[in-house]
Design a protein around this ligand. Structure first.
Ligand SMILES: NC(=O)c1ccc[n+]([C@@H]2O[C@H](COP(=O)([O-])OP(=O)(O)OC[C@H]3O[C@@H](n4cnc5c(N)ncnc54)[C@H](OP(=O)(O)O)[C@@H]3O)[C@@H](O)[C@H]2O)c1
Length: 352
């Protein structure tokens, strides 16, 4: 039966995939956003495009009823509360995109949804935090916003906690770096050991599953992330969809640190699988899989992300190649590989 779906946001990264899938399955889709990000993207294809701001103008939502709301953009609990001033009592199901960053403890592998989330510090009013605080309190804000959703729509909430979301339209380069870099060929700096764990979620898998959660009225809280895979699978998987013949030089975590190379920032989708980050890329996804989360092959994620990357403006492609957003600059990459090879060749002391 077609659903009447309200998508908050819908024009950024995951949102457009939700819209496409929902429309393909015959649902009625209404968007609500500020009309700043890709205005007109779904012109004539969605039922309505409501304009407003979750921060301070939700009047366009007045008097409307929806079977389900997908809340994409919210970090601030006040946004959930603001929307609820119009939607409370008019919504059957509220699906909130949270984040894996709600978990403060990443030291243990295989942690599931029962793991504790970050509390809001007692001296901070979560309703008055503004964008400038979002980074500092991100995990606590998202966690509080999850709870705010349950307060506003008791017994009607699904919380989806994604890990790193990847795929076409992702401008953060936190995954895109790898297919783009490997497509450029040559000696590629590879972090840690080939068996180090990594984990991500394709935005299409996430978006499509969220629509199916809506269709099946599934409630609860879910880690939305792919299965744990070895880093070599990611890198060779990207290589398999390119023809440049890239070669990988695996450099241990300690040597990378000594060279000023940081996991995640310079070596995306990777962190040393030890100490405080031992479980960061090894979260348990059993509940989500049981609730119908499925995964595209890496070959699709890698090739389609690369195809999209090639359509980006030249300046963005250049920034990716230079590791400006995530990834490592080519000169630094070559320097680190050379230093590692020199150490291997001499077996002598180095700066680590
Ligand atoms: N990227 C990751 O790896 C990752 C990982 C875990 C969790 N997450 C979470 O995933 C969620 C998905 O984000 P997305 O970018 O993919 O969603 P999206 O719905 O595709 O894009 C964000 C949308 O929000 C709208 N928006 C922004 N500020 C707004 C406001 N004040 N009022 C109304 N609409 C507003 C934007 O349009 P306008 O600009 O036109 O308003 C845009 O349509 C986020 O909550 C993020 O925290 C992301």
């Amino acid at each position: 039966m077609p659903l009447n779906i309200l998508i908050l946001g819908g024009t950024g990264f995951t949102g457009p995939e939700q819209v496409e899938y929902a429309l393909a399955r015959g649902h009625r889709v209404t968007l609500f956003n500020r009309n700043r990000t890709r205005p007109g993207l779904f012109k004539g294809r969605v039922a309505e495009e409501l304009v407003g701001d979750l921060n301070d103008d939700v009047s366009a939502l007045a008097g409307r009823k929806f079977d389900v709301v997908l809340d994409n953009p919210t970090t601030f609990p006040a946004w959930v509360r603001n929307a609820a001033t119009q939607l409370k009592g008019n919504v059957g199901h509220y699906i909130f995109i949270s984040t894996m960053s709600v978990y403060p403890d990443n030291s243990r592998p295989d942690m599931d949804e029962r793991d504790g989330t970050t509390p809001m510090p007692a001296d901070v009013d979560p309703y008055t935090l503004v964008r400038e605080n979002a980074g500092k309190y991100y995990g606590a804000l998202k966690s509080f916003a999850e709870q705010e959703a349950e307060r506003q729509y008791p017994g009607r909430v699904t919380v989806v906690r994604p890990g790193l979301i990847v795929g076409p339209l992702d401008r953060s380069d936190r995954f895109t770096y790898w297919p783009a870099r490997i497509n450029n060929g040559g000696d590629v700096l590879a972090p840690g050991t080939p068996d180090d764990p990594t984990q991500w979620i394709d935005s299409r898998d996430l978006a499509e599953w969220m629509i199916r959660l809506a269709e099946q009225q599934v409630l609860g809280t879910f880690n939305a992330v792919g299965s744990v895979r070895p880093m070599q699978e990611l890198l060779y998987g990207c290589k398999a969809v390119t023809t440049a013949g890239a070669q990988f030089t695996w450099v241990p975590a300690e040597f990378l640190t000594a060279q000023g190379v940081r996991g995640w920032r310079h070596m995306p989708v990777w962190l040393p699988p030890t100490g405080a980050t031992a479980g960061f890329l090894r979260r348990n996804n059993d509940r989500a899989v049981k609730a119908g989360l499925t995964f595209r092959p890496l070959a699709m994620t890698a090739s389609e992300t690369l195809a999209w990357h090639k359509t980006r403006p030249e300046a963005e492609q250049k920034a990716t190649s230079e590791g400006a957003i995530a990834g490592i600059a080519p000169a630094k990459e070559a320097e680190v590989i050379a230093a590692w090879r020199a150490k291997q060749a001499t077996g002598g002391p180095t700066n680590d």
